[in-house]
Design a binder for this molecule. Structure first.
Ligand SMILES: [Zn+2]
Length: 301
């Protein structure tokens, strides 16, 4: 069952259509031609939206919608339709957990609807740089965050105390984690790929040590009841965080043994050191080879 949930979410993330969804009493589905938005209620006015790209979290209530990540611009209408299924209020804020396009692609569309875009300082810098490189900065002005933070910020919204905090150099150098304290829920952005090898973006300032340290901090904040929205994969909990930490430490140690023996990156890949983990954690985007190369590059940079 769990595998089938992952495959549906991943198929959606990769834009593969034609998947069917597992039946679940608390899940509602809005379907379009090729994107399915799945809405899961977490309680206390919180919902997780899965479509194509990074998972979205929303808080709904009388103050308006506080949204975490917004997937892609070309499915913004479907995301807004899914939001409208659970509230009449507009999207007031969108927090980007990091700069990747499958989490920020809907920014311009949400800003056009009146939302204020927020992020860590480095997310704005990297988004701006990426738009400049593509020559799209003029078009993309409204997609840039207009309010940024460096370390932590707190929102008092819809009767929540929403603690947003930055951990350096985990998935990228601009990751924001969101903690709904009273609701005992979190959105971890891509600092958690649930049950999957994570994408650790070394070229955007991510590091394996930072990724592990970040999850260890999350594990101290969470208890067994905490509902955790990962960047990719199904709704998760503290056990998923702990098993991810264990997998990362063990796979890094397996690769480090070979690095210490003086093997090259290609020789290490050829010896398939992650074979014991691949059945459980390999997926379309990060297979055993790509994870091995990430670990080697991280250890040898
Ligand atoms: Zn990402």
């Amino acid at each position: 069952m769990r595998k089938s949930v992952i495959s549906v979410a991943m198929a959606a993330a990769l834009g593969i259509s034609g998947t069917s969804l597992p039946a679940s009493a608390h899940v509602t589905v809005a379907q379009s031609d090729d994107v399915i938005i799945t809405t899961t209620e977490l309680g206390d006015g919180l919902y997780m939206l899965e479509g194509r790209g990074g998972n979205i979290g929303i808080s709904v209530g009388p103050d308006g919608v506080f949204m975490i990540d917004d997937q892609f611009g070309n499915i913004a209408d479907k995301i807004l339709a899914a939001v409208a299924e659970v509230t009449d209020e507009p999207v007031s804020y969108v927090l980007n957990t990091h700069w990747h396009g499958d989490h920020t692609g809907g920014n311009a569309a949400m800003a056009a609807e009146g939302a204020t875009i927020l992020s860590h300082d480095n997310v704005r810098k990297r988004l701006k740089q990426s738009l400049e490189v593509k020559g799209e900065l003029e078009d993309g002005k409204t997609s840039l965050p207009v309010l940024t933070f460096s370390d932590t910020t707190t929102f008092f919204w819809n009767d929540h105390e929403i603690h947003v905090f930055h951990f350096p150099n985990a998935h990228t150098d601009g990751d924001a984690l969101v903690h709904f304290k009273t609701a005992n829920a979190m959105h971890l952005g891509d600092t958690l790929f649930a049950g999957l090898y994570p994408f650790i973006d070394l070229d955007s300032g991510g590091t394996v040590a930072g990724y592990i340290a970040n999850l260890e901090a999350v594990a101290t904040l969470a208890d067994d009841e905490t509902k955790i929205i990962p960047g990719h994969g199904p709704l998760s909990d503290k056990a998923t965080v702990l098993s991810t930490i264990e997998m990362l430490k063990d796979t890094r140690a397996a690769v480090k043994d070979l690095v210490d023996k003086g093997l090259s990156e290609d020789e290490i890949v050829a010896s398939d050191p992650l074979a014991p983990w691949n059945d459980n954690f390999s997926w379309q985007f990060i297979d055993g080879e790509r994870m091995t190369r990430t670990l080697v590059r991280d250890l040898t940079k």
